[in-house]
Write a protein that binds this ligand. Structure first.
Ligand SMILES: [Zn+2]
Length: 146
């Protein structure tokens, strides 16, 4: 399928309409939405648009990435909980935007599920629904320190 850069403004507007707010990670424009049940779980959409530019920069290297992250209350380092499949900029604009929102919804739904299982007894982070393991992997950190 043909490469389609998709204007950044269209990506931003789509995300804003879905309740996401703009943020910046490094120099990349990232849109975020915290889960309403468990606000420490945040869906992040890495748009690949850089601060100070209108259009995406590098052709072919600029897939949109959608990631569910754990952000501890009161700040602290975020931790990737689940990475969605990359959204490549190929095909019709509306299809690209739809794939982006589908990935975002999948991860938002995953956060809904995670809100139904008890938080980690050790560090308070959310746990995965199936494995019941800590999404911040604190067990491995403790093991490494021991
Ligand atoms: Zn933990």
């Amino acid at each position: 399928m043909a490469y389609n850069p998709v204007p950044s403004e269209l990506i931003f507007k789509t995300l804003e309409d879905a309740g996401f707010t703009e943020s910046v990670v490094g120099r990349e424009i990232v849109y975020e939405r915290a889960n309403h049940r468990l606000p420490t779980l945040v869906v992040r959409v890495f748009t690949s648009a850089k601060v100070g530019r209108d259009q995406v920069a590098e052709r072919g290297k600029d897939a949109i990435r959608v990631v569910l992250v754990y952000r501890p209350e009161g700040g602290g380092q975020t931790k990737a909980v689940k990475k969605g499949k990359r959204v490549f900029r190929t095909g019709a604009t509306e299809d690209i935007l739809k794939r982006m929102m589908d990935r975002a919804r999948e991860l938002y739904t995953m956060a809904n599920w995670m809100s139904t299982v008890p938080a980690c007894k050790n560090c308070g982070a959310p746990c995965y629904r199936e494995s019941k393991r800590c999404a911040a992997y604190c067990y491995f950190k403790r093991k490494a320190a021991a």
